[in-house]
Design a protein around this ligand. Structure first.
Ligand code: COD
Ligand code: ZN
Length: 383
């Protein structure tokens, strides 16, 4: 491994690295380029990436469904090894195994200081400036400034992130898989076990059986749900979903009635817990309408296209149901993600079935083809 030294010597390493990275120059256009990655400034960390997952949110940013600045380097679900640190960085040092954090934990803002929630005010997801905390970028390509994504940008051999957007993990973590602990597992598994706190014997419905939905199913099953209904328009997702714990599957395209009515009929009065993991307003409403009128809990993990609204019947709210958003499982990221990694290493969570494909980073285009063809749960790119 190159460029790894002691904390003190690397403070003095102030050179730019040229490496391979994926750039979205405009909407729906991704190409592999040689990119210059500047050294980390004070409070920043440069990471040599080892693996990164392709998440639905990456597709959202490349398509512009999540608004970003172009050209940018996508990617947020990443694992790597610290290459060098800027002045004042104390929580990681060169050689540490780390995860990137799509939402940081600054430990100073109102969100971080509140016992609940995790949407740190220093996040750069909604809205996205595409810049580091000092308002500048660390990437250039062909003389042009390249923007960051969520201040993580993991589709590159080297990236620079703020210290609040990175966390050290157990040295025993397998670096070819553990990247999914930085989004898929907390977003999905965490939505079920932490945000919703699914109860033993309960009934659940999960809209979307991709990477996040599959991790939600895993969390429902681990919580002892007795019935888990999986909803997806792609029936190729059903066998794996069943292997993870889905007891019934529904393809809305093949139903004569709205899917929420079918879910209500199947469960008598609606499910105890409904999850949306697609990012469409119509499936958010369907998830809400699938819930038990009295105590049902509806958790939204997806983000819709900008400026879209959804409406709920005014008579369906007062009965007692809960509608709740959940980003990264409501986990305070820097505190909790290393604990999830340790739980995996102790065989308390098995994340392996969530990864269906692994490809070298330079086969990024093939990876997106397989993703768009609906074949993957998670495809992980290896550096
Ligand atoms: N009805 C049923 N299923 C559908 C429909 C539909 N109308 N449309 C698509 N689907 C299915 C697809 O077939 C697919 O199986 C699944 O929905 C989506 O899965 P993936 O694998 O494409 O995407 P995920 O699971 O990786 O991501 C889903 C999110 C909802 C998380 C994502 O797209 C999103 O909205 N992200 C924004 C939220 C966010 O940023 N979170 C924090 C960091 S990621
Ligand atoms: Zn993600």
């Amino acid at each position: 491994m190159q460029n790894i030294g002691t904390k003190h010597s690397t403070h003095k390493k102030k050179y730019t690295i040229t490496c391979l990275a994926a750039i979205a120059w405009k909407k729906n256009s991704l190409s592999l380029e040689n990119v210059e990655v500047e050294p980390p400034k004070a409070g920043e960390v440069r990471i040599k990436m080892t693996s990164t997952g392709i998440c639905g949110s990456d597709d959202h940013t490349i398509k512009g469904i999540i608004t970003v600045k172009y050209p940018f380097i996508p990617g947020h679900e990443g694992a790597g090894i610290v290459e060098s640190v800027g002045e004042g960085v104390s929580s990681v040092q060169p050689g540490d195994k780390v995860l990137t954090l799509p939402v940081p934990q600054c430990r100073e803002c109102s969100a971080c200081l509140h016992p609940k929630g995790n949407f740190c005010e220093k996040q750069d997801l909604l809205p996205s400036s595409g810049l580091m905390l000092d308002g500048t970028s660390r990437f250039t390509c062909k003389g042009e400034k390249i923007y960051h994504c969520f201040r993580t940008s993991t589709f590159t051999e080297y990236t620079v992130v703020p210290e609040i957007s990175v966390v050290k993990i157990d040295a025993a973590a397998p670096m070819d898989k553990i990247c999914i602990m930085s989004c898929e597992v907390p977003t999905g598994y965490g939505a079920a076990v932490h945000s919703a706190q699914v109860t033993p014997g309960s009934t659940c419905v999960v809209f979307g059986l991709g990477g996040i939905g599959s991790a939600i199913v895993m969390g429902c099953k681990a919580s002892g749900a007795s019935r888990i209904i999986g909803v997806d328009i792609n029936e190729e997702k059903f066998p794996r979903a069943k292997a993870l714990g889905v007891t019934d599957v529904l393809n809305p395209s093949n139903l004569k009635k709205p899917v929420q009515e079918v879910v209500k009929e199947m469960t008598g009065i609606g499910v105890d817990f409904a999850f949306e993991a697609i990012g469409l307003t119509e499936t958010m409403v369907a998830a809400w309408d699938s819930c038990n009128l009295s105590h049902g809990v509806c958790i939204i993990t997806g983000v819709s296209a900008p400026n879209l609204q959804f409406s709920l019947s005014g008579q369906t709210v007062f009965t007692g149901r809960t509608l709740k958003g959940s980003c990264l499982g409501d986990y305070k990221t820097k505190d909790c993600f290393p604990q999830l990694v340790t739980a995996y290493l102790q065989n308390k969570i098995n994340i392996d079935p969530l990864i269906t494909h692994q490809l070298p980073f330079d086969q990024l285009h093939k990876a997106f083809e397989v993703y768009h063809a609906g074949k993957t749960i998670r495809c992980v790119l290896l550096f």
